[in-house]
Design a protein around this ligand. Sequence first.
Ligand SMILES: [Zn+2]
Length: 184
Amino acid sequence: MLVDSPAVLEDAMGKRGRPRIDLTGQRFGRLVVVSLEKSPRSRPHWRCVCDCGEQRVVYGYSLTSGRTVSCGCFKVAFATLLNLSHGHTRGRSQSPEYSVWEAMIQRGTNPKNRDWKNYGGRGITVCSRWLQFSNFLADMGRRPSPNLSLERVNNDLGYSAENCKWATRKEQRANQRPARKKAA
Ligand SMILES: [Zn+2]
């Protein structure tokens, strides 16, 4: 742990007992900061609401460092990754749907994932229902063809049955980089 990193120093309380940085309204993974938690502690703690509806009080540095990204509901997803694959993993080989689901969970819920900053880090997360692989499979079905991948219809929204479809990579790229509209 980097105890003396600038982020930690910046996160300490200022002279008047107010935090040096205001995190109110900011999103960290599935958590949105709603208020500063009144406490005698020397470091600011923040009350957060998770996308699943739970509330948590979290130390500011845990948020800004990416260590805490949910109320704990993501742990459900990781437990599922490790244990329950519903016959879609056999030894080291996985079904395509399971691989797609695992990659989605990783970039949407794991701050250590290399794609996290473009997904979970900017609020592109996974709906609570899809933290279970069996629900994801029930909603999306088997991948119809090997050249299809999971696409979000609205690129600013997260992963859910309402916002996802199987699409070709070509369709997906077109969606990610919409043609620029001419200025009027
Ligand atoms: Zn939660």
